[in-house]
Design a protein around this ligand. Structure first.
Ligand SMILES: C[S@@+](CC[C@H](N)C(=O)[O-])C[C@H]1O[C@@H](n2cnc3c(N)ncnc32)[C@H](O)[C@@H]1O
Length: 399
């Protein structure tokens, strides 16, 4: 990436930040493009010692954010509701409010400010910013709890795990680094389902995983696609397969209150009772590895589902849906599509995470195509969220 193009992109951001009204409107595309350019510039500037300093501290931020959440510090700053106003609070005042030692709170806040998670407005004076407020909420707290409590022990096992398997990819969902880290012989999802507090953190995180990003309804011409669909009252217009707490069904109903056809949330029997849904959305407990009970639906929507499974299970899930489809049905797959070369870090991070915990993977377009082909399906259309992100909506039909 050219340094001059980064500088031009930076100038544009600086101009937009000089006019506070437009600062928040910096488009997702521009922000993503600039973040990618800046990370690439940071890596070019780094000397080996800078890389070492970055690497040795990798586990620290999540641990310190967890302390800030559990001590009540993040909540205390956020609840004052003044983010963006420049009004700050002293470390003494904040420490007193949560019953902690001021000097410790000051050290933690300075560290969080250096991570961009709070603003340091004066010596020993701190204010909440947008991220402070986000981490005071249960969704982002779920992210920290899940990754710190559950995934950190997995990281510790990675080198020994791969050495013992002579550097081969996991061959089974019950022989991944997850089993080594959590000392279990169960697949990750089975292990999680037996621990409601773990499943709770994970599901809360799922509700904010795409926070601030466009959703599939802004990409996909739903009304146009439905114009030629002959609806029968019994058929579902939208089935969210493995939809967790059902937030996609809720958004769909809010956006299209007059939508004809049933809207169905499907998930495991252990998960479905926890979904709190408004009237008009049905819940169904299923196991998508066994069958797809909803026949002839217009859209089967799968977000962040197939990347959780190795190829053989992906084929089972897809074939079960294919058998339930009729000719007008489409599967909407909302997943990452990995760039074959030069991918940004986040999709690659997700790829490794999937391998470590569930023996699965993020996939390139060619890998997706090969799987659809084997399942008797084909890609009919493809919508990319932004030119930078790998987030993509694949529209898949029967072959
Ligand atoms: C990564 S989460 C994605 C949730 C949701 N689609 C989203 O994007 O927020 C995976 C979901 O698949 C569900 N799941 C896992 N195994 C399943 C199975 N065999 N049958 C049905 N749902 C399953 C989990 O309970 C979880 O809600």
């Amino acid at each position: 990436m050219e340094v001059s193009s980064t500088i031009n992109a930076l100038k544009e951001v600086i101009t937009s930040f000089e006019s506070p009204a437009s600062a928040n409107e910096l488009s997702t595309l521009k922000r993503e493009r600039l973040l990618a350019q800046l990370s690439s510039l940071v890596f070019k500037l780094e000397r080996p010692v800078d890389a070492a300093n970055r690497l040795w501290a990798q586990q620290m931020p999540a641990a310190m954010v967890k302390v800030a959440i559990e001590s009540g510090l993040i909540g205390e700053l956020a609840k004052r509701g003044e983010q963006g106003s420049g009004v700050g609070h002293s470390e003494d005042e904040l420490a007193k409010a949560i019953g902690a030692e001021p000097s410790l709170i000051g050290r933690i806040l300075r560290y969080l400010a250096a991570q961009g998670l709070v603003d340091e407005v004066d010596v020993g004076v701190f204010a909440a910013n947008e991220k402070t407020v986000a981490f005071a909420g249960s969704g982002f707290q779920g992210c920290i709890e899940f990754f710190f409590d559950i995934i950190t022990p997995v990281y510790q096992e990675i080198p020994a795990y791969f050495a013992a398997r002579k550097y081969r990819s996991p061959a089974s969902v019950v022989d991944t680094a997850f089993q080594a880290g959590l000392k279990t012989s169960e697949p990750a999802f089975v292990w999680m389902q037996q621990r409601p507090e773990v499943m709770g953190s994970f599901m809360r995180y799922m509700t904010v995983q795409h926070y601030g990003k466009a959703d599939w309804l802004t990409l996909f011409p739903l009304e146009k696609e439905l114009a030629t669909w002959t609806n029968s009252q019994e058929k579902a217009v939208f089935v969210d397969v493995g939809g967790g707490m059902g937030h996609q069904c809720v958004v769909l109903k809010q956006r299209y209150p007059q939508l004809q056809g049933r809207v169905v949330l499907q998930d495991l029997p252990e998960v479905i009772p926890h979904a709190q849904l408004p009237p008009g959305i049905e819940k169904a407990a299923i196991n998508f590895l066994e069958n797809q009970p909803e026949k002839g639906a217009k859209f089967y929507y799968l977000r962040n589902i197939l990347h959780d499974w190795p190829d053989k299970d992906v084929l089972t899930i897809l074939k079960n849906i294919r058998d339930a489809m009729d000719k007008d049905s489409r599967i909407l797959i909302d997943e990452l599509v990995l760039a074959a070369k030069g991918s940004p870090l986040l999709p690659l991070q997700m790829d490794i995470l999937m391998m470590l915990n569930v023996g699965a993977a993020e996939r390139t377009l060619e890998q997706w195509q090969a799987l659809f082909d084997q399942a008797g399906l084909k890609i009919e259309n493809k919508y990319q969220y932004t030119e930078i992100s790998a987030d993509t909506l694949l529209v898949v039909a029967q072959k």
